[in-house]
Design a protein. Structure first.
Length: 458
């Protein structure tokens, strides 16, 4: 029996280690002179895909958790909020919102002294340079001093607030204290509103230390701004039976909305602030996919579309759209993103005449980006076609015959050659056209065959 018990114990220990949530103390790891250590939580599968980006929660501690970032003091960070939830093993490994599943990076720095607002910028810069962080999903939350830092950082400038996708200040202490009076800063709410920053603030309505009037002032004035945010600022006020300052025990619960009483504040079906965060994102330099190559060629009686991508980020896939007149378009297919960078699609039933194609890249947030137009012509006598015509800075043309050291000459209406180039290849090609506006003739000589095409330069 002892052997069996030992085996069971070892097995249970292995299972616990596999599924345990790991929150790593980074002792003596300075972010700046006021932050010498922090706790780091990385989600399961963090290292699996080098191109995957993760949303980030930056948790800002209260005053009583300040310390030197060394063993014996950094552990104070675990006393409250999200770090405490993770440390207790009660933080879900993933969250699903709007049909998408997300996993968080959580960084919880320990401040030595009361932080200036520049400390938050330093933390964000450090996170973006050291982790696979999605810069469009940086969320901040904090309690007491940390909640005040949320208000202070985002309220300091529109630039600061625009780095944050959403924030949850808890019992935030951000005001000028004059005796028993707490005087809020008047610029906080206008800057947050101007940045269109979603805010969900929580507080105990009988807080004996930080007056709930601060939270009410900031929320009310955000919503009263000349141009309020798209998502109006919200508040959740708790009423504990004994007046206390610490609202974090309820604010950071995973089942905060289990009774359904906070639907109006967080949104239908949203159970906690972690799901609420994920309703929002920024659009900072969002180029979900960069097409480095896109071409269409004939493949017998079919059209073969081929494209390559760079910076493939948050991409759901590619709509294939086609037109026969370059005005009315229809979706004829969809190719899922795989991260493989090289894709192709075959149009089995192109029009017997002209066919225009575009790729519409769609990301998981349903934002999209259209490619340039490519063209093939299945008319019987097609050789070379200029499109669009009139042309702009680039002369774009399609050829279903392979051009080998072909000579392109441009003639004006007086018959004078004003431009000359050598072209090679097939399918869609383009060359710069450094000529003035007017009417011209393009002459393509490929071997012994010459094709002349009139065109207009805009």
């Amino acid at each position: 029996m002892k052997k069996v018990s030992l085996a069971v114990s070892i097995c249970f220990l292995c299972i616990s280690q596999v599924f345990a949530q790991v929150q790593t103390p980074r002792y003596n790891t300075p972010i700046n002179s006021n932050i010498n250590g922090f706790y780091e939580y990385l989600p399961q599968g963090y290292a699996n895909n080098p191109n995957e980006k993760f949303p980030v929660i930056l948790f800002l501690i209260g005053n009583s958790e300040r310390g030197n970032g060394m063993p014996g003091q950094l552990e104070w960070v675990l006393n409250n909020g999200t770090p405490m939830r993770i440390n207790q093993g009660g933080f879900p490994t993933s969250f699903t919102v709007n049909g998408q599943t997300f996993k968080y990076i959580v960084i919880s720095p320990q401040f030595i002294n009361i932080p200036p607002m520049s400390d938050v910028n330093d933390c964000i810069d450090y996170i973006l340079s050291h982790y696979k962080a999605d810069k469009n999903r940086i969320y901040i939350t904090g309690l007491s001093m940390g909640g005040g830092t949320c208000w202070g950082y985002c309220g300091e400038s529109v630039t600061n607030a625009s780095r944050i996708a959403a924030m949850v200040p808890v019992s935030g202490a951000w005001a000028v204290v004059n005796g028993n009076d707490w005087i809020p800063f008047p610029t906080v709410s206008p800057n947050i509103a101007a940045a269109n920053l979603p805010v969900l603030a929580t507080h105990n309505d009988n807080d004996p230390y930080i007056p709930v009037a601060l939270t009410n002032y900031y929320v009310d004035n955000i919503n009263a701004a000349p141009t309020p945010p798209t998502t109006l600022a919200r508040r959740i006020l708790f009423h504990p039976p004994v007046p206390i300052h610490d609202a974090s025990w309820d604010s950071y619960k995973v089942d905060l909305n289990v009774s359904g009483i906070y639907d109006d504040s967080m949104g239908p079906g949203i159970k906690n602030i972690y799901e609420w965060f994920l309703r929002f994102r920024r659009f900072i330099d969002v180029v979900p996919v960069t097409l480095s190559y896109f071409n269409v060629n004939k493949s017998g009686s079919q059209s073969l579309l081929q494209w390559k991508t760079e910076n493939e980020y948050n991409s759901k896939g590619f709509e294939i759209i086609r037109s026969t007149d370059n005005r009315h378009w229809e979706v004829i297919g969809f190719v899922n993103s795989t991260g493989a960078s090289s894709y192709q699609f075959t149009d089995h039933t192109p029009s017997p005449g002209k066919n225009y194609y575009r790729i519409n890249q769609v990301d998981f947030n349903l934002d999209s980006k259209l490619s340039d137009i490519r063209f093939v012509d299945f008319s019987k006598n097609t050789n070379i076609t200029i499109y669009p015509n009139p042309v702009n800075e680039m002369l774009q043309f399609y050829t279903d015959k392979k051009l080998t050291a072909a000579t392109l000459r441009i003639y004006n209406v007086q018959g004078q050659m004003i431009h000359k180039a050598i072209v090679n290849g097939e399918g869609t090609m383009s060359i710069p056209l450094p000529i003035a506006k007017g009417y011209y003739i393009a002459s393509f000589t490929n071997g012994t065959t010459e094709t002349r095409i009139p065109f207009t330069k805009n």
